[in-house]
Design a protein around this ligand. Structure first.
Ligand code: PXG
Length: 286
């Protein structure tokens, strides 16, 4: 059965789901989005994702065309129409159709669309053995230019780093910020464990405040694992006891190798394992 895509209040078959070529989302990357998981028919961290979407829209001065309640209902409708129990939702809001010029005030109405689809997952093996990653030569967007806190439709910064990962034969690349500190990966946040403490770069380092990252903060508090935001240099990664990545697609995934160097024991470490188990328990109970 072909997928049904929600566009501005109507469901369309995938082949008929179309946007204007004058939409500033495609002309300029002028829009915002969210990637969200559905587990057992329930939208995971729905409120947190919508909050981030509305914050991103506010940051680019995009008037949201729907309320959070309307978007929640639309996502639920799209998941139901496609008979999914577990899936991935891409919720996109674009500036809408305008003219061939930058001025966003000439785009009278923003557009929203929702895709519910299956998600490409990493193999089970990687969650045991850990992932190999590299640090990228591409510096994360300067927070004073386009803040990485905005989940915008312009992902070129991340895509350039992802190309380096692909060239190196690994799945993710760590991006440093304009000060040379660790920021995040192309589509994941990064954490280390050192002397029993979980640490991750703070917002001021120029990162997307991942929803999964937020869940890890809550789980650490619940499990009594000390967890803080701090400045991390590449050196801190290399000497870490454990390293893991978090994201909607990856969930919690251990890192075994960075730039060819073995991290800790070179496999999923005990604290990472605890957090992975707690994360899966949390999903089932959410
Ligand atoms: N940093 C960046 C730059 C991201 O794009 C994360 C961190 C993790 O955030 P969440 O909220 O997911 O914990 C992301 C998330 C995709 C895809 O299809 C990308 C993301 C999430 C889901 C799917 O490429 N990026």
């Amino acid at each position: 059965m072909p997928l049904k895509i929600w566009i501005d209040g109507k469901l369309h078959e995938k082949t008929d789901a179309k946007l204007s070529v004058y939409d500033h989302g495609t002309l300029y990357g002028d829009g915002v989005f969210e990637g969200i998981r559905v587990y057992d028919g329930k939208i995971f961290e729905c409120e947190a994702h919508l909050k981030r979407l509305f914050d991103s829209a506010k940051a680019i001065r995009l008037a949201m065309p729907y309320t959070a309640g309307e978007l929640t209902a639309a996502m639920e409708e799209t998941v139901r129409a496609n008979s999914f129990n577990d899936c991935y939702i891409r919720l996109v809001v674009t500036r809408g159709a305008g003219y061939l010029g930058l001025n966003p005030t000439k785009c009278p109405t923003a557009s929203a669309y929702i895709i519910a689809d299956t998600i490409e997952l990493y193999s089970r093996d990687i969650y045991e053995k850990g992932m190999s990653v590299i640090t990228s030569s591409i510096i994360r967007n300067h927070p004073s230019a386009i803040s990485p806190r905005i989940k915008s439709l312009n992902y070129l910064n991340n895509i350039l780093a992802k190309i380096e990962a692909v060239d190196a034969g690994v799945s993710e690349a760590i991006m440093l910020n304009h000060m040379g500190n660790v920021a995040e990966c192309t589509a994941d946040n990064i954490f280390i464990v050192r002397d029993g403490r979980v640490r991750t770069p703070g917002t001021a380092e120029g990162i997307l405040e991942g929803i999964t990252r937020g869940v890890i903060f809550k789980l650490c508090a619940r499990l009594g694992i000390p967890c803080d935001e701090c400045v991390l240099q590449r050196h801190d990664l290399y000497i870490a006891d454990e390293c893991f990545l978090t994201g909607t697609a990856a969930e919690v995934i251990p890192v075994a190798k960075i730039d060819g160097r073995i991290i800790g024991e070179g496999k999923c470490g005990p604290t990472t394992r605890r957090l992975m188990d707690a994360f899966h328990k949390h999903i089932r109970e959410a």
